[in-house]
Each structure stands twice: as C-alpha cells, then as structure tokens.
Design a protein around this ligand. Structure first.
Ligand code: F0G
Length: 348
C-alpha cells in the first residue's frame, strides 16, 4: 500500500514530522466508457472514486485532514455531512484513535453511509434541518471547543482532494479537455481546479480542462444565483442549498471556460441506470449527475468531436442500496422447482 500522501508528497503540506494516517486511498481507476463514447463521439472516462477505502472521494481529503489534526495535537474531529464525509471521517478517526462526531440531516442519509459512521464508532447526531443547518452548527461548535473541523472548509481536505486531478493527468498523459463533476458544497470542484493548475505549473501536464459542474435541479443555488432554503433531490449527497465554496467554484468554472448547470432527478436516475446496465459501473445517484450533465452539455453543443472527457464518479453505488432496489425491476419469487425456474429464465 502506498499512502496517497507519500505518492504526492511534493505537492502536499506535510513534513517528515507529519504522522500519515492512511487506509490506502487514491489510485482509483480511470475507466473508459466505450458505449457512451461511441454514442457521443467523444472519448469518455469515469474516474471511479467509489473505489476509495470508504467508497468515496472524501478519503483523499480525509487522509490529509486527519493526519494534520493528529500532527497538531487534536484529540477529536467533527463534521457536518450528507453522508460520505461522515463515513470517511469516522474511518480515518478510528484509524488514528481520535474521537469523532458527525452531524447529519434527519432521514436523508443513505443507509450504507450511516452504517459506516456507526460501525466506526462515531457519535452520530441527526438534526431536524438540512446539511446547511448542520454545517452552521458545527462551525459554531469549533469556535467554542478545541475540536478539528474536517469538512471541506478545512484547507487540508482541499489539498488532498487535488490529487484526483493529478491522477487523471498521470493516467491520460495530460489533462482532459473537459471534466464533468457533481457539485454540492463545492469543495471538490474547487480542489480539482487547484490540482489541474498546480500540475500544469509543475510541468507535469500541459493544459487545464474546461470544468462543467452539475447540481441537482432541486438543490441548485449556484445555477439560480441564490441560496436554496429547502433543497430536495434523490441525490442526497448533493442536497445542499448554500455551498460553502460556491464563489470559489464559480470562479473556477468561469476561468476554465466551463460553467455550472442543473440536472433533474430523472436525468440523474437515467444516467445512473445506464452506467450500471451498459458500462458495468455502479455509482451513487449524486455521482451520476456528472454523466447526466455530460449528456446535457453534449446535446447543447458544448463538446467538440473527439474531445477527451472525464466524469468524476464520486461515490460507490453500494452506499445507497435502497435507491438502487426501489428503482429496479422487482425480484421474482418462485417455488424451488426446476420447471418454474426454467420458465422464468428462458420464457419471455
Ligand atoms: N458526490 C458525492 C457522492 C458526495 O458525497 C458529495 C458531497 C459530492 C458529490 C459533492 O462534493 O460537496 O465537494 O461539492 N458530499 C458531502 C458530504 C457534502 O457530506 O458527504 P462537494
């Protein structure tokens, strides 16, 4: 296992004194999507971040945030979360021997993410409110107590998440033409932009991509230009109405020549099902927003033939089994009888 911090040490604010807390994060596959590529006339790849140790891209930032928290003498960490940050914080805190509290919006956390936070021993606190309320509360708490905030407001999280861009460049031999990515609290898209720029400045790549960010239509404050008081979407990971890094993300998209747009829940679920059924990739609904968005940008004429596109699939589909099952064909129940099974398998 090569910890991400070791692989990209030259680009990260660590020293020999930093205790590296790692679970083998990063090194996720850049999977070509041949069917989608053929359909769109561009070369599409998925950066499958679901293959990180806790099943989402958060681990890239969390290895940094928790390592630095330990270095700085913290004994406890806290975050607000729509689920994945809490799962990652809980795992890395467990690994480091820190106590961890996670504050989540009531009833809106996918089952797998909740299971992760609980099994790793986090104190799980469910608020009657949205992610935005939870973030407001934890920001207040860290003012009152010496506890380390591990949301993407923490710069070390962003430092670590830049490595996603580094890996994409290493795998392709340069940056792609276009990066499609879901946007929630707007930390990850900001991190990718910093990463692509840092890599180009270090002459490890020659260019930077256009960044296309995608929000769910019911939770699209950056598209609407104002906070959304009651965000709603099936993509619970990005059910966020007031992104902490919204301005930074908007600047990044503008400077890159890209932009932000919204995708509906049904567009998200179509992309989600298509990826699973025709490309063999099971990502969570929020992640499929990047592919739903690519289809939309393509239809609008925003892509040139033959361009290289990377869609960041931010989390694994296993995080949210309920959404997968509810939206699939029902399981057929049969008697334990060869004729019944034969008819079911080979009949219409
Ligand atoms: N995709 C997934 C699967 C996520 O969990 C998140 C954010 C995003 C995309 C958006 O990333 O916030 O950096 O713009 N999840 C956070 C959480 C908010 O608490 O797990 P972002």
């Amino acid at each position: 296992m090569i910890p991400l911090i070791e692989k990209y040490r030259d680009f990260l604010p660590v020293t020999a004194a930093t205790p590296v807390v790692s679970l083998g994060e990063g090194g996720t596959p850049l999977v070509p999507l041949p069917r989608l590529s053929e359909r769109l006339g561009v070369s599409v790849h998925a950066k499958f971040e679901g293959m990180n140790p806790t099943g989402s891209f958060k681990d890239r930032g969390m290895t940094m945030a928790v390592s630095k928290a330990v270095e700085e003498g913290a004994t406890a960490v806290i975050c607000a979360s729509t689920g994945n940050t809490s799962a990652s914080a809980a795992a890395y805190a467990a690994r480091a021997g820190l106590t961890v509290a996670v504050v989540i919006p009531e009833g809106k956390i996918a089952a797998g993410k909740l299971a992760q936070a609980l099994v790793h021993g986090a104190k799980v606190l469910s608020l009657d409110g949205s992610f935005d309320d939870a973030l407001r509360v934890v920001r207040g708490l860290v003012e009152r107590h010496p506890i380390s905030l591990v949301n993407s407001l923490n710069e070390y999280r962003i430092d670590g998440q830049r490595t996603g861009a580094f890996e994409v460049c290493d795998d392709l031999g340069d940056a792609p033409d276009v990066l499609c990515i879901p946007v929630g609290n707007a930390g990850n898209i900001s991190a990718y932009w910093l990463g692509f720029n840092a890599y180009r400045e270090a002459e490890r790549s020659r260019r930077v991509p256009r960044l296309y960010g995608f929000q769910a239509a019911g939770a699209a404050p950056l598209v609407e230009g104002a906070p959304v008081a009651a965000p709603e979407t099936i993509a619970t990971a990005i059910r966020i109405g007031n992104p902490a890094r919204g301005d930074q993300a908007m600047d990044a998209m503008r400077d890159s020549g890209g932009g932000v747009s919204a995708v509906t829940d049904s567009e998200i679920m179509e992309a989600y099902a298509m990826l699973a059924a025709t490309e063999g990739i099971f990502c969570e609904p929020a992640s499929a927003a990047s592919v739903a968005g690519l289809l939309k940008r393509h239809a609008a004429g925003d892509l040139n033939p033959g361009e290289t596109v990377v869609c960041v699939l931010t989390g694994h589909g296993l995080k949210d089994p309920d959404t997968a099952i509810v939206n699939a064909e029902p399981v057929r129940r049969l008697s334990a009888d060869i004729d019944a099974v034969e008819e079911a398998v080979f009949g219409d």
